[in-house]
Design a protein around this ligand. Structure first.
Ligand code: SF4
Length: 212
């Protein structure tokens, strides 16, 4: 088969496109390159069925957990497992785009084994772990235990440290013994509720990675 410059460029483009498509979750069969005589248009590859990784997945919207920008992501879930993540084009913050960290958010959940297969990271913490004061051991606890314990300790600390007035006699109604840190994993509405909660309970030491 004689390869013209035009055929060579077309074949090279097909290989690059195929490689990119495979990286993006498609598995196209390589189109056959038909022999052509000089001067003729290259034969168009026959259509092939795309086998998309997300073909049978359910789409779940979420928020990128890395920073305070709060970009929207689409999580593609199949059989209870995330099979792909991409930017949410309907989210007004990022309109489908993701930065390099957001593009790698899939790898917070998966690591690659020695054969290159994505497997759920066994080190991912999925249960409540509690380390008692001065203990070196982590204990597994239930979510109910954790929420009750947080509420109990929060109330005890606030009651013990709440100040109605400062040293100058001005009304302050605050506690300086509790600090509150917001999360990039929360959306605007959740952070609005946190802010109201913090103000209502008298916490003055508060922050968020995006200074919300
Ligand atoms: S890390 Fe990147 S993708 Fe994630 S919220 Fe921040 S800017 Fe958006």
């Amino acid at each position: 088969m004689k390869i013209s410059r035009r055929n060579f460029l077309w074949a090279a483009g097909a290989v690059v496109t195929g490689t990119l498509a495979a990286k993006l979750g498609c598995s196209p069969k390589e189109p056959p390159i038909e022999p052509t005589t000089p001067g003729e248009e290259p034969t168009v590859a026959p259509s092939f069925k795309e086998d998309l990784r997300i073909q049978y997945a359910q789409t779940v919207t979420s928020i990128c957990s890395y920073c305070g920008v709060g970009c929207g992501v689409l999580c593609f879930v199949e059989d209870g497992k995330i099979v792909a993540i991409e930017g949410d084009p309907d989210n007004p913050i990022n309109e489908g785009s993701l930065c390099s960290k957001g593009s790698a958010v899939f790898n917070k959940y998966y690591i690659y084994d020695e054969k290159g297969n994505a497997v759920v990271n066994p080190q991912r913490v999925q249960k409540v772990l509690y380390r008692a004061p001065r203990s070196s051991n982590w204990e597994e606890k239930s979510w109910d235990w954790a929420i009750n314990e947080i509420a109990k300790r929060f109330k005890a600390t606030r009651d013990a440290t709440f100040k109605e007035k400062n040293a100058a006699g001005a009304i302050v109604n605050r506690t300086e013994a509790i600090a509150w840190i917001g999360s990039a994993m929360c959306n605007n509405e959740e952070n609005y509720i946190y802010r109201k909660f913090v103000a209502a309970t008298g916490i003055v030491n508060q922050d968020h990675c995006a200074r919300l």
